[in-house]
Design a protein around this ligand. Structure first.
Ligand code: G4P
Length: 527
């Protein structure tokens, strides 16, 4: 098959939600409906108990299993769909931001009882900043939930984009009758808990069909009034507006009951975009160009304790990847020839033969590949946009047994490169390392991993710092001057980028006022 044909049939999207909205359930049902798995339960079974998500042991377990379900590939109709999972817990949102750089669209799952929740809002901001098209699934209509009109306006408020319903619920909870398919002018009748794909026996054609009015009475009346209202008030669906991130199509359903899943899967094929061009600093990379290029957006270490390997997750930006191909790492100029590259087909790690733009490939390596690295057939390319956020929490780290200092350093370097935590080397403080995180759980996971994966028992101590800002300046001398004058507050991160550490926002403001030639960044983009 030609490269343009393969690109045109790729759909790569992330699934995002607040924990417990039903992301795992919907993921599983999408796989089921696409025929990638035969019975439901296999993804769910891998998910460690969510109720213990504040417990680092559970997080650790989840990490172990998360690779299998973090990227899933399925074929549906004539499309190859790559589904990227994102960590639900907010303490790991940095990881999610990076995953969002690797997709062309996002599927947002909302719990109809809770509406738009905090974690979803943060993720939406990232999607908005990147103009990522979003498809919305409102889940759990089989429960007593919030009014659909209210949910719609809440979504619009938080997204800052128009919500265009493609379906509309008739009743809810015990009286959930099904959904109107507004565009196809028919109703799909709700039946609980079917472990099968929908078939047409559940369909009543024509919204004006008297059977519907008769069977669903007041719920029908309410739903059809509401549809009339939104059709008069809301704009019609406009594919261009959706692709530009200005409209989101909305579907209602109940994932656990397989209800509304088919519609979402079809929307991914029919509405979500195929991979498009990506801007490298040097030039625009087109997905259908003949030569391979790809970007590392995620690194996961020690997924298999027996092998101690790290897997770099690479999003193919353009061209065709073939197993055994020689690739060059743009940052270092090093050549690699990955033979055991893995693709992620449903839950298995399969050996991969070829991949195209939009696909995710996993390259096991021993530290050659880092976050943000670009792989090509020889050309030097750099992509920006992989975000690192200034940490808000800091702890000092000390090894309990001084003889294990080397292991501690190795572990921290690797975990820092993986993006699990940010590691700063202060210029002062006798070289004691400082850890920075966005969420508290990151510290706990890192301490646990240092012990189990690197045999380095670390002690984490409180730090007086509360803020970090990366530093740049047009004039290197101005930067030097600032750093010399504030040496006690300067540290270098894992890629040797200098940062200013502050104990309060007042201290930061003073520094900003005194040194107008120096820029203080709350975010660093890799590349
Ligand atoms: P998450 O990945 O977003 O965290 O959510 P997950 O799919 O694990 O779902 C969270 C809870 O919501 C689960 O219940 C799940 O069964 C339930 N759920 C998902 N979709 C629906 C739906 O359409 N209707 C209803 N009523 N519930 C739904 P749980 O009791 O926490 O776990 P479990 O015992 O079912 O595994």
């Amino acid at each position: 098959m030609s490269i343009p044909h393969e690109v045109a049939r790729r759909r790569t999207f992330a699934i995002i939600s607040h924990p417990d909205a039903g992301k795992t359930t919907l993921t599983e049902k999408l796989l089921l409906f696409a025929g990638a798995i035969q019975i439901a339960g296999s993804v769910k079974a891998r998910k460690a108990s969510r109720h213990a998500s504040s417990d680092w042991m559970e997080i650790e377990k989840q990490r172990g299993i998360s690779v299998a379900s973090s990227v899933m590939q399925m074929e549906y109709r004539d499309c190859v769909i790559n589904l990227l999972d994102t960590p639900g817990h907010q303490d790991f949102s940095e990881d999610t931001y990076r995953v969002l750089t690797a997709v062309d669209a996002a599927l947002m799952v909302i719990d109809a009882a809770n509406g738009v929740e905090p974690q979803t809002i943060r993720l939406l901001q990232v999607c908005r900043a990147r103009n990522t098209p979003i498809i919305t699934f409102i889940n759990k209509l089989d429960r007593e939930v919030r009014e659909p009109l209210e949910l719609l306006s809440e979504i619009e408020g938080h997204l800052g984009m128009d919500a265009v319903p493609f379906s509309w619920p008739v009743g809810m909870g015990r009286n959930f009758g099904g959904v109107f398919d507004i565009r196809r002018d028919r109703m799909r009748v709700f039946r609980a808990g079917q472990e099968r794909r929908n078939d047409d026996s559940d369909i009543i054609e024509g919204l004006a069909n008297p059977v519907i009015a008769e069977r669903y009475g007041d719920d029908f009346k309410k739903a059809s009034d509401e549809i009339e209202l939104i059709q008069a008030a809301a704009p019609a669906f406009d594919a261009q507006a959706f692709l530009a991130g200005r409209q989101t199509p909305v579907f209602f359903g109940s994932a656990i009951n397989n209800f509304g899943v088919q519609e979402v899967l079809d929307a991914l094929v029919d509405l979500a975009p195929a991979p498009g061009p990506r801007a490298a600093l040097e030039r625009e990379v087109r997905p259908e160009e003949p030569r391979f290029s790809g970007v590392v957006f995620k690194v996961q270490a020690n997924m298999d304790p027996a092998h101690r390997d790290r897997v770099a997750f690479v999003r193919v930006a353009g061209g065709r990847f073939e197993r055994g191909m020689r690739l060059k790492v743009s940052r270092t100029g090093k050549e690699i020839r990955p033979n055991n590259v893995v693709s992620f087909l449903s839950q298995r790690r399969d050996l991969l033969d070829e991949a195209y733009a939009g696909d995710i490939i996993g390259i096991p390596n021993h530290g050659v590949l880092q976050l943000g690295d670009v792989l090509t057939e020889g050309e030097a390319l750099r992509f920006t946009g992989l975000p690192f956020f200034a940490p808000e929490l800091f702890q000092q780290v000390e090894v309990k047994d001084p003889l294990r200092t080397k292991q501690l350093r190795t572990g921290l370097t690797q975990l820092g490169e993986e993006g699990a935590i940010q590691v700063f080397k202060p210029v002062a403080h006798g070289g004691q390392l400082l850890l920075g995180a966005v969420g508290q759980l990151q510290f706990e996971v890192v301490a646990h991993r240092l012990k189990t994966e690197y045999n380095a028992d670390a002690r984490l101590l409180p730090s007086r710092y509360t803020m970090a800002r990366w530093l740049t300046a047009d004039d290197p001398k101005a930067l030097r001057k600032f750093m010399d004058a504030n040496a006690a507050h300067i540290a270098y991160d894992v890629v040797e980028a200098p940062a200013f550490l502050a104990t309060s926002s007042a201290q930061l403001r003073v520094a900003e006022d005194l040194y107008p030639d120096v820029r203080f960044h709350a975010m660093r983009e890799h590349g």
